[in-house]
Design a protein around this ligand. Structure first.
Ligand code: G6P
Length: 481
């Protein structure tokens, strides 16, 4: 039978605002009964985008990360059901699994992340041979898939906000496809110093810089990372060309956090955490991180061990609550690091623990409500990354801590630029200095601690995610056509 009606094609308005990131606002798991379960994520971009309202013609382009996501793409053609996304239009790209693995694990997380966070053990690595060149070809393919999807979705003259090191080539590729667009690139990571960036093969180093310079604006979390990028462009390409360089710090979402931290599920976890801590007035040193090499969790624990060795008066009087959530577990070096975190925690507990006192309470299963409960209990927040684009935990804990907290903060975190004055600042490699800072933090008079914590919270919330997002959008739109 021949139908007289043409097939119904869903109407799609071209988007005026586009966001592109590897990880999207939703992820799927395929259940045994064949149904797909959607789980929504949080973070700065999600709240940032919410600032423009759901009636704005905005679309978020992201990659399918795992098998559940790919199945969702197969069933929907990639235009996800808005019931799953909190009413956000999302275009999810079903990139071939081997291409995706090379681009995400091989290039983005094992190479670019390592370069920007100074993570290599340079006598042996990196070593760029044919295997890396093959991964690089996949990274190009993956970036091209994003550029093509954005070109396809964007209205004439639309604003496109491309996120992070996964998508460094997209601005240049998109500019070639759609010169009418206003393109921004934002780096959530630090940027490597020139000499370290030059570990990359010369042609690839230049290709990455040119890729980002395809944007009208390239923006960073702090002036320091922006200057490092500019220095690389100057050294390798002779300058940044017509691309403007911007700085947009990202702050904590005070309204959301203060409300979320007092819901019943958080109260429940507070009770069980208190039980694990034991004692009535033990002090609590809190850290919450992905189990991420750059977060420096192992040196943080070693500093805590030194505190207990140097200052026996703290034994039984303090507990280190450390949450280290699984991250990038496809990479062997992350799995090894996770095991090492666990090992050092066990060692400290075996060395110092007593019948009624577990010195380190370590949890490795992601639980947002429990993190917020720990924030509320914190007397001291330990944030000691080797290097970090910003670090929002440093901003969130002082905001939520019920009695105010002292912040021990690495000078290598982007947050140091905004919080340095009221934090106890440490060199993240200096375990002894970190131990001394922990002692100072634990000994801080309550009045001083409350005052500092109040100022930290104020600085931490100066740039809420909505502002962060809208400022970038306005800056793009204000550029001459
Ligand atoms: C950093 C990156 C983000 C990334 C996040 C989690 O914050 O800047 O782009 O999404 O880590 O890492 P993952 O590999 O799990 O997406």
């Amino acid at each position: 039978m021949v139908s007289e009606q043409p097939a119904q094609v869903p109407v799609r308005t071209p988007a005026q605002v586009l966001v592109a990131s590897n990880r999207g606002p939703v992820s799927y798991t395929l259940r045994d009964d064949g149904a797909l379960e959607a789980k929504r994520g949080g973070g700065g971009l999600v709240s940032g985008l919410s600032a423009i309202g759901s009636d704005a013609d905005a679309v978020w382009v992201c990659a399918a990360l795992g098998a559940g996501d790919r199945e969702a793409v197969r069933r929907t053609g990639g235009r996800l059901d808005q019931a799953d996304t909190g009413d956000q239009r999302v275009r999810m790209l079903g990139i071939a699994p081997d291409v995706y693995t090379d681009a995400y694990n091989g290039v983005a997380n094992s190479t670019l992340w390592f370069v920007h966070h100074l993570l290599y053990q340079t006598p042996l690595e990196p070593a760029f041979g044919p295997e890396f060149r093959a991964q690089w070809a996949s990274y190009e393919t993956y970036n091209r898939a994003f550029a093509e999807a954005l070109a396809d979705e964007a209205a004439d003259g639309a604003a496109v906000l491309i996120q992070d090191y996964h998508l460094a080539l997209v601005p240049g590729m998109l500019r070639a496809l759609r010169p009418d667009l206003r393109i921004g690139h934002f780096s959530h990571t630090p940027w490597a110093p020139v000499d370290y960036f030059r570990l990359l093969p010369d042609d690839i180093a230049r290709q990455l810089l040119r890729g980002i310079l395809g944007a009208d604006r390239a923006a960073f979390l702090t002036r320091r990372w922006a200057d490092a990028f500019t220095a690389c462009c100057t050294e390798l390409l002779g300058g940044t060309g017509n691309t403007r360089i911007g700085v947009h710090g990202l702050g904590a979402d005070a309204d959301f956090l203060r409300e979320r931290a007092h819901r019943p599920d958080v109260d429940e976890r507070l009770v069980s955490l208190r039980e694990q801590i034991g004692g009535t007035d033990r002090k609590v040193i809190v850290r919450v991180d992905r189990t991420e090499l750059s977060k420096n969790i192992v040196r943080g624990m070693r500093a805590y061990r030194q505190l207990l060795a140097d200052h026996p008066e703290w034994r039984e009087q303090v507990v280190h609550v450390a949450f280290a959530y699984p991250s990038r577990q496809d990479l062997a070096v992350y799995r090894d690091y996770t095991a090492e975190v666990q090992r050092v925690a066990d060692e400290i507990n075996a060395e110092f623990g007593t019948d009624g006192w577990l010195p380190v309470v370590l949890h490795v299963k992601d639980d947002f409500a429990r993190s917020l409960a720990a924030y509320r209990l914190a007397d001291v927040a330990l944030v000691n990354p080797i290097r970090d684009g910003m670090n929002l935990v440093a901003k969130e804990i002082p905001l939520v801590a019920e009695n105010g907290c002292a912040l021990v903060l690495s000078r290598e975190a982007g947050a140091y630029e905004e919080l340095g004055e009221d934090a106890l600042v440490v060199n993240p490699y200096d375990i002894s200095a970190t131990a001394a800072a922990l002692h100072q933090a634990l000994s801080m008079p309550p009045g001083e601690r409350a005052e500092r914590s109040k100022r930290l919270a104020a600085a931490a919330t100066a740039l809420p995610p909505q502002r962060w997002f809208l400022d970038q959008l306005e800056a793009l739109r204000a550029l001459p056509a």
